[in-house]
Ligand binder design. Sequence first.
Ligand SMILES: Nc1ncnc2c1ncn2[C@@H]1O[C@H](COP(=O)(O)OP(=O)(O)OP(=O)(O)O)[C@@H](O)[C@H]1O
Length: 408
Amino acid sequence: MSRSPSLPDRPTLDLDPESTPTEHLAALEDHYADLVDVREQLEAQLESVRDHREDLREDVDRLQRENETLKTASLYVATVEDLSEDGAVIKQHGNNQEVLTELSDRIREDIEVGDRVAINDSFAVQRILDAETDARAQAMEVDESPSVEYADIGGLEEELTEVREAVEDPLVNPEQFEQVGVEPPSGVLLHGPPGTGKTMMAKAVANETDATFIKMAGSELVQKFIGEGSRLVRDLFDLAEQKEPAIVFIDEIDAVAAERTDSKTSGDAEVQRTMMQLLSEMDGFDERGDVRIIAATNRFDMLDSAILRPGRFDRLIEVPNPEQAARERILEIHTKDMNLAEAVDYATLAEKTEGFSGAQLESLTTEAGMFAIRDGRNEVTMQDFEDARAKLEQESEDGTSTYATYLH
Ligand SMILES: Nc1ncnc2c1ncn2[C@@H]1O[C@H](COP(=O)(O)OP(=O)(O)OP(=O)(O)O)[C@@H](O)[C@H]1O
């Protein structure tokens, strides 16, 4: 709010040249008195503006402190059950404790019955949270029928066979496992550098088994509020059960399943709780029906061994960067709709792209196409691929490429 006090009028001095010296002096004295008066008014205004500035400073300090507390303290989540003159009746998630709590003016303006709110240790409402459905929709990607096919994946034949055995067979042919008397593997963990086709494989299996693909990034499970991460894990598995057959894909699982360090911060404990929820969902998996779970990580070395125990992620599949033949195949897949000059040779291109991931090879083909377009041609030449490679390597050296560390 801006406050601009109006300034007093500036006194003027009109001396009559005809006046006597006595009148002259009287006029000057009057003028002096006016000036003193204005000065007093201005000083009073200055004082009040200073007071106002002090008030504002105090407000800023208080808000900063509140902000800090909000950022650092662990908060609990509750639902607003009722609103009255006295405040709000809220029910805390997890223990279902009902409490009547007063509301600050700021919160009172916006709060409604049914809202999810963040509360502190003294049950004071700190924030109104986004609607649950939004949080859920944001955190999960649901694809009823992904379009990736096995044929779209270059290389990774053995890896794909393993994934299919562990995920597809139990969905398509469960009797086989019953007849032989073995439990199908619970969870499959794909590990390897970024952009090597882990997500693609999970999507392709979902497509080929007519299962719904439900993806959640591990980083989404690391939530600010106590109980929220575990709640999302429960939501994830409940949704999978509703949509069965379904494939649950948890990307970046290391975000919740990294080996604990010595730190005992509350954030760490919360991540630990989320992981325990994930493990317990997996342990109770048999009753879940046709739901299979695939997880992926680029940081296998960091994982907590609890997650790798039998009955959990007990099928580990490494997904490496592609070898020569696989690189040729990936280039072929990603150029199948491109108009290539005759001289474009996959084997030579594959030789020159050692160390590239599938995702980088895909960027290479797109970049090569862009060079042709910029040059006004409708045919992509070997030189375009060479220019594209130079550009990607340059970006990798400058650190502007997402895959920088994987380029040699
Ligand atoms: N083996 C492959 N065959 C064909 N295309 C591939 C292959 N690997 C990666 N790609 C291309 O790269 C894109 C990214 O791959 P994907 O998302 O499957 O990688 P990811 O291993 O899951 O990576 P991240 O670990 O970064 O999540 C794919 O959409 C695809 O176009």
